[in-house]
Design a protein around this ligand. Structure first.
Ligand code: ATP
Ligand code: MG
Length: 620
């Protein structure tokens, strides 16, 4: 497969596209007018038909599409036929509210089956969805609705998170207050809490659904019509509205889901992401459902009401594939092995990770403690912009190395280059670029093609610039080194934060670490480390010295942090990624910048507190 895809990537992708149902076949597989790619030109397709109708009409009709558990413990199963009906009703309901092809619909919902249903209802009628993670504030919703010029919002009365009722409708009301462009708000009743309904503007989902027909004529979309926009996580700065196509995107996510997760008919597949992130779009909704998979979905917090919640569910439902993020794995490592050990996890056959580089220590723990030493791990590298997994092992094919995302997916061409765009030698760090178009690639930044060209295509002309640093080893395996912004220059040596963090996490007492550079009069920059200890770990005089010694042994003197602080939490995005730019700004006394994507502002105070104790005078 690697060889045939390499020899003729377009033929490879065309063969993958043949697995989908097309309304009209494409004329050309690819029009490449750099940096704008148009995949399956002339083809017509509807994403919801591919995710629902073709299963609901065949032998998978009564198969579970979504197996769901709410945080309070309530359970639901929607078969393909059930989901098809619900999506049809909502498609008709949205049309009834005047939504037409190309209109943007904002979705702000908890992780309940109606969230994918709302996305698919948009896809059915050709509306472009913009999903906003349920943890975001009114301000963040408002900014994104204005940017997308979205007239419709789909939300819920509330959701559950860590035992609390999260008042989504109240936050949504605040977001749209005085926002003249908003015409309709559709509200799903999840928690049964009292909400204010504004006459004429607000509509109950269940009332609209009851009045609507479940047969909903799908909009015949051009393959190149947009399917959705999604704002990035905001780890490096303000989020960008990434626009994805219908046909190319669906081909890319359907193919990668099938091959990377080696899907089988008896799988219960669980991707723990939220649909508010690209991982949820591609690997909860479009990829798995296009393949007719049974998808498990969970509404709430991983450690609620106890740190074994996930493992209890794996045992109860017989989950076979688990796809999650390093941040979650490190949190479980931190809380102790006794929680997964309480449960029978033998149904699991494949594990995956995405979102950040996974340090080898966490990889091994995941492999041993969750996978019982039996399950292959697919470490999948990709981005909101790439739409689909681009660098990954294929289970049963690729020999893995803990911490490496291994090789580009068949048909994908990746390289590591220097700042003049020339490939760097083996095991030398550089910029990760993608050298050929791939079907699920972003089309543009919503209504800002100039910014699209500038951000992704100007640094290395003719190649897609990922913003990530990487090296390729002697076996042609890719090792992601973190974001380019995070690479630190100490006395002329370029050090990846990831490497130092990994060394710290390999110390027995450490659960998580963030390393940043701080201006230094002699060295240019010096390293500062923030470390979170494992449960039961205590801070002691000797520990800091011991950690410095440990880094010296693992990497060398050059990588030893000058300052090591023990902290109880690190600043993270709402998708769980460490926001080094915030720590960096704090330690060098700069403004923090955009913090709307920060998960827990308390973590910033924690870092501030440490700086204050050490330096007497806290930076702003
Ligand atoms: P923003 O672009 O707004 O700053 P973000 O980059 O965090 O936010 P995402 O698109 O959600 O937004 O994340 C993609 C990034 O996550 C990648 O560029 C990479 O830095 C990191 N990443 C994802 N998967 C992996 C992986 N398997 N290994 C290493 N890094 C990964
Ligand atoms: Mg990014």
């Amino acid at each position: 497969m690697y060889e045939t895809a390499d020899a003729d990537p377009e033929a490879f992708w065309a063969a993958e596209a043949q697995r989908l149902d097309w309304i009209r076949p494409w004329d050309r597989v690819l029009d490449w007018d750099p940096p704008f790619a148009r995949w399956f030109v002339g083809g017509r397709i509807n994403a919801s038909v591919n995710c629902l109708d073709r299963h609901a009409k065949g032998p998978r009709r009564n198969r579970a599409a979504i197996v769901w558990e709410g945080e309070p413990g309530d359970r639901r199963v929607l078969t393909y036929h059930d989901l098809w009906r619900e999506v049809g009703r909502m498609g008709n309901a949205l049309r009834g509210l005047g939504v037409r092809k190309g209109d943007r619909v904002t979705i702000y919902m908890p992780m309940i089956p109606e969230l994918p249903a709302a996305m698919l209802a948009c896809a059915r009628i050709g509306a472009v969805h913009s999903v906003i993670f349920g943890g975001f504030s009114a301000r963040a919703i408002r900014d994104r609705m204005e940017d997308a010029e979205s007239r419709i919002l789909v939300t819920a009365d509330a959701g559950y998170r860590r035992g609390n009722v999260l008042p989504l409708k109240r936050i949504a009301d605040e977001a749209v207050a005085g926002l003249d462009l908003v015409e309709h708000v559709v509200v799903y009743r999840r928690a049964g809490v009292d909400v204010a309904m504004s006459e004429g503007r607000d509509h109950w989902w269940h009332e609209l659904a009851a009045a609507a027909d479940s047969r909903c004529e799908p909009e015949p979309m051009e393959a190149t019509d947009p399917l959705f926009i999604l704002y990035t996580s905001g780890t490096t700065g303000a989020p960008k509205g990434i626009q994805h196509s219908t046909g190319g995107y669906l081909v890319g996510v359907a193919a990668t889901t099938r091959l990377v997760f080696d899907l089988r008919d008896d799988d219960l597949y669980w991707c723990t992401a939220d649909c508010g992130w690209v991982t949820g779009h591609s690997y909860i909704v479009y990829g798995p459902l296009a393949n007719g998979a049974s998808v498990f979905m969970y509404e709430g917090a991983p450690d609620w009401p106890a740190p074994d919640r996930w493992w209890r569910m794996v045992e109860d439902y017989g989950t076979t594939v688990l796809y999650t993020a390093p941040t979650a794995i490190r949190a479980f490592m931190r809380s102790g092995d006794e929680h997964p050990k309480k449960h029978d996890l033998s149904s699991l056959r494949l594990l995956g990770t995405v979102g950040e580089p996974i340090n080898p220590e966490a990889w091994r723990w995941y492999h041993r403690t969750i996978g019982g030493g039996r399950c292959p791990i697919v470490d999948t590298w990709w981005q909101t912009e790439t739409g689909m997994i681009l660098i990954t092992p294929l289970p049963g094919v690729t020999t893995t190395k803990p911490g490496s995302a291994t090789r580009p997916f068949p048909g994908v061409a990746a390289e590591v280059v220097d700042d003049r765009g020339r490939p760097v030698p083996v095991n030398t760090g550089g910029y990760l670029v993608i050298t050929k178009p791939w079907p699920a690639m972003l089309q543009t930044i919503f209504r800002d093609p100039e910014r699209y060209k500038d951000v992704y295509w100007s640094k290395v002309p003719g190649k897609y610039f990922t913003g990530d640093g990487a090296r390729v080893d002697e076996d042609a395996y890719f090792w992601l080194m973190g974001r380019i912004d995070d690479v630190i220059n100490v006395a002329g040596h370029r050090i990846g934060t990831m490497e130092v963090e990994s060394a710290l996490v390999s110390h027995a007492a450490v659960a998580e670490a963030a390393v940043v550079g701080k201006p230094h009069p002699l060295k240019g920059q010096s390293l500062v480390a923030y470390v979170v200890l494992k449960a039961g770990g205590t801070q002691s005089e000797g520990l800091t010295k011991d950690l410095q010694k440990h880094v010296r042994e693992v990497i060398g003197a050059i990588a030893v942090p000058d300052e090591v602080y023990i902290t109880s939490k690190l600043p993270k995005t709402r998708s769980g990624k460490i926001m080094r730019r915030v720590i960096r700004a704090l330690v060098s006394g700069q403004e923090i910048g955009d913090t709307t994507t920060l998960e827990d502002p308390g973590a910033v105070d924690e870092v501030r507190k440490w700086l204050a104790e050490v330096e007497g005078d806290p930076p702003r």
